[in-house]
Design a protein around this ligand. Structure first.
Ligand code: UD1
Length: 431
């Protein structure tokens, strides 16, 4: 297992290219199951989750090819995927594949919509709370599927095809909204979705489905209307920039000080987090090139945040922001409202000298003057990058173990940070 070694104390200066969003690429890749024709996705990030999903999609019969990288290109050069599900050969998504990546459960929607049947294992995934799929099942049932849970599998069937319906989400769910968009696009008749997730990745999936011939209005807003069509066609789509990667590096610059251009980043994808960073003392500006983040001289101001569905503060940046607050000039409160048990990073941050008290879904952070390097353990994707952020500002050496969590969602993290002056290296194989 790889580890990452970081020696803290350097400020970050330079340019970081922002990759395509992992959380948009995954549902877009899954949407390839909806058509017999080829779906081409540009700007797909080279992260482990994309590789894993390619394996899962191949199992269902998707042929794929990858281009866009030429000899001599920067390692982070974007990749173009061509996905073709001409013939679906297996409607079962087995436990050993789905357990590795929760989002692969979403294949249930296109398999059911196109084949009339899907058998998908209940998921595993990141250890951040129970993460049920009851609302995804509710979507399929509303659209007319018969659902049985058998031996850890969701078995969804429809004899006469899916039928449009009214779907109200009692709780905002990104995966539930993706499921509804994909299934209703091929259902007969009209579907009305209320309290839909408004995340940019949902809007990106809808934009691609529209290119494929789907009739969708309102995606990116809480009310979405879909008029089902009989079949969808191939399309060409570029994945939206990764707002979580953008926010992570913006927080890293606020933490270490310095001046970095986050190339291709769009402020409207994470305005709430940028506002919190500005309150913390970062200087943020944007241009056609991307977002520029600077912090010079004065320290980090404490800022209270509360996670919320888009356009609120993203839960996927909560751990990183907490790392920043560990060095603030005073106390801050961080409230997690989306996932229970998403404070696994607290104990590891404490190993670097952070002072954090947990009280239910609230973390009280007391800023300290200095963090100190130590060996730490990555526990989930976003938690692990919060340890990197803390390590960049800690005195001495930090070794982050279990880096495979980071590799699931961050493309060439150590190279991107290293080019901006961070002392960071990957130690292969050990640990
Ligand atoms: C997606 C993102 C993840 C992000 C999360 C919230 C991907 C691959 N993952 O996850 O990085 O943290 O959105 O922005 O895009 N819930 C239920 N029942 C369900 C489904 C969800 O109760 O059937 C609950 C969850 O437990 C959670 C909340 O709804 O409390 C939001 O979860 P959801 O938006 O569905 O998260 P994911 O789509 O799994």
């Amino acid at each position: 297992m790889d580890r990452i070694r970081i020696v803290g104390g350097q400020s970050l200066e330079g340019t970081i290219p922002i990759s395509g969003a992992k959380n948009a690429a995954l549902p877009l890749m899954i949407a390839s199951l909806l058509t017999q024709e080829t779906l081409t996705l540009e700007n797909t990030p080279s992260v482990a989750d994309v590789g894993m999903l390619l394996q899962i999609l191949s199992h269902h019969g998707v042929d794929y090819s990858v281009d866009g990288r030429r000899p001599g290109d920067a390692p982070q050069a974007a990749r173009t995927l061509h996905l073709s599900a001409r013939r679906i050969v297996d409607i079962t998504a087995p436990y050993d594949l789905v357990a590795k990546m929760r989002a692969s459960f979403w294949v249930v929607a296109p398999l059911l919509a196109r084949m009339g049947e899907a058998r998908v294992s209940l998921p595993g995934g990141c250890a951040i709370g129970t993460r049920p799929v009851d609302l995804l099942i509710m979507v399929l049932e509303k659209l007319g599927a018969k659902i049985d849970i058998e031996a850890g599998y969701v078995h969804a069937r429809t004899k006469s095809g899916l039928k449009g319906a009214e779907i109200h989400f009692p709780k905002v769910t990104v995966g539930g909204t993706h499921t509804a968009l994909m299934a209703a696009s091929l259902a007969q008749g009209h579907t009305l979705i209320t309290n839909a997730a408004c995340e940019p990745e949902v809007a990106d999936l809808a934009a691609c489905l529209i290119k494929m011939g789907a009739k969708i209005k309102g995606a990116g807003r809480p009310t979405i209307e879909i008029e089902g069509v009989a079949s969808l066609q191939g399309a060409h789509h570029a994945v939206v920039p990764d707002r979580i990667e953008t926010g992570t590096y913006a927080i890293a610059v606020a933490m270490t000080g310095g001046d970095v251009l986050l190339e291709r980043a769009s402020p409207e994808l994470l305005q709430n987090a940028l506002d919190a960073l500005a309150q913390a003392g970062a200087d943020i500006s944007h241009s056609n090139e991307g977002i520029r983040v600077r912090r010079n001289g004065s320290g980090i101001e404490p800022v209270d945040i509360e996670t919320a569905p888009f356009p609120g503060f993203p839960t996927d940046l909560q751990a990183q922001f907490m790392a920043l607050m560990t060095k603030a000039k005073g106390r801050s409160r961080i409230t997690e409202t989306i996932f229970e048990n998403r404070f696994m990073h607290v104990q590891e941050l404490a190993r670097l000298g952070a002072r954090i008290k947990l009280d239910g879904d609230v973390a009280h952070v007391e800023g300290v003057a200095e963090l100190q390097g130590a060996p730490v353990m990555a526990t989930d994707l976003r938690a692990s990058v919060s340890l990197v952020i803390a390590a960049l500002a800690a005195r001495g050496e930090t070794i982050v173990n279990r880096v495979y969590h980071l590799d699931r969602g961050f493309e060439h993290l150590e190279k991107k940070l290293g080019r901006c002056g961070a002392i960071v290296e990957r130690i292969s194989g050990a640990g």
